[in-house]
Design a protein. Sequence first.
Length: 197
Amino acid sequence: MTDPAEAFARAYHAATLLIAANPELMGFAGWPLAAPAPRPARPVPAATLLRQWAEGTIDATVTLRNSIQDIADFADWRLSYTEDEVGADFLNRYGWFELVGPEGHYHSDTVRAYIAWWGENLYYPWHLHEAEELYYILAGHALFEAEGQPAQVLRAGDTRIHASNQPHAMTTTDSPVLALILWRGAGLHGAPRMGVA
């Protein structure tokens, strides 16, 4: 039987090693020596889909992807949006949790590190937030759009930075996508909002 505390420790360690080995990730927000802050499990339908997905990684990301699958049943998953904003199908095949941050499984007031998953053939509409953001793709691929930047398909190992209040959107096609998302700066305690500036 899986011990949730040990599983989260492995995931935090895997994230630490991945970020320490990647100058772009480390340079974006650093990485805190964060203390465990146990949170209640809050399941979402997407967690089951994520646990069953075994494709789309590269050598650098497979350990963290596997660790995330191990904690999927114990994470404090969130959905952010309403059915009116994104539709029921989106909510059934999407979810995120805060691994590190003010409300994370590991506490930090200097950085937020989200784990987020979207199923295939989903459109994540235009949205924005005050915090600066870095996406690092752990598995799968998706088309990313951002105001003032060309659209780009990101795959495992690729990154994309969004400036404060820069509208952006994402579309998955024939593959889900799993991402590590870092937030820094003003708005660290805020939330995304739908629309454009």
